[in-house]
Design a protein around this ligand. Sequence first.
Ligand code: NAD
Length: 284
Amino acid sequence: MSVNKLLVAGAGQMGAGIAQVSAVAGLEVVMIDVADEFIARGMAGIEKGLGRLVEKGRMEAGARDAALARISTSTDIAAGADADLFLEAAPESMELKQELFEKAAATLRPDAIIATNTSSLSVSKLAAFVTEPVRFVGIHFFNPVPMMALVEVVRGEQTSDETLSAARSFAEAVGKTAITVTDSPGFVVNRILFPMINEAANAYHESVASAGDIDTGMKLGANWPMGPLALADLVGLDTTKAILETLERELGEARYTPSPALGELVAAGRLGRKSGSGFYDYGK
Ligand code: NAD
């Protein structure tokens, strides 16, 4: 099955990014969220992102306008009932996702693919919330979506070959390279990346160096394009902590225990870029 129409749930960092790259690739997109203010914020981000491409001469103004015209929004899932693919990019909560998937399974066409962008929850467990788990798959984008070239396509226990192949084709159609991963905590990239971010947070907590020097160390000493603490701020420190907690619980290894620095910053409401401060201040 080829995906021509996407219904994306969540207009946050990931949902808006997925809507953007899909619309640019020519797909029709319906983006839903729970309130108009979140939709407005997501659309403003997309307009800003596409506007920057036009300013840099990497996109024609007409192509930007056409991409924006392909995105419609709603607070009602029924607005995307005829979509080929439902991709959930709502907060990382099993209960919240359960409600969304049950609603999606009841609303969408019976042959539609239902997918999750979860970073850390089990794709097979989430698949239990839909009527046909063979059509359920993980499609895990990376942040920021327009810039990151990878998508992990995650095969749940019951995901069919057809569903997997449609998910891979969708990822490639929106300009990404897909790798296929079995349903295992953190998949490939986060399982390896997050313990490294956590170690950077521990080094910060133990005053080994300042945040800036830790990041410069990893940029110049390990050729990371961005330092681990700046990356944690971009991901969101609450999301970073939640991913580590899941890895610790699922893999049973103390090395995934979130650094006290993450706990302190999250408790203080310093969630990274999205809240205006985290390991760094963003002057908002
Ligand atoms: P976010 O907080 O930026 O956005 C989530 C959005 O979902 C919010 O706008 C919220 O209002 C909306 N929402 C809440 N309940 C909803 C519902 N019932 N229906 C529709 N929308 C609803 O979060 P995010 O960073 O975009 O993360 C979304 C998902 O993507 C999570 O599962 C996360 O693990 C995963 N993910 C995040 C990253 C990252 O770097 N942030 C990377 C890959 C995957």
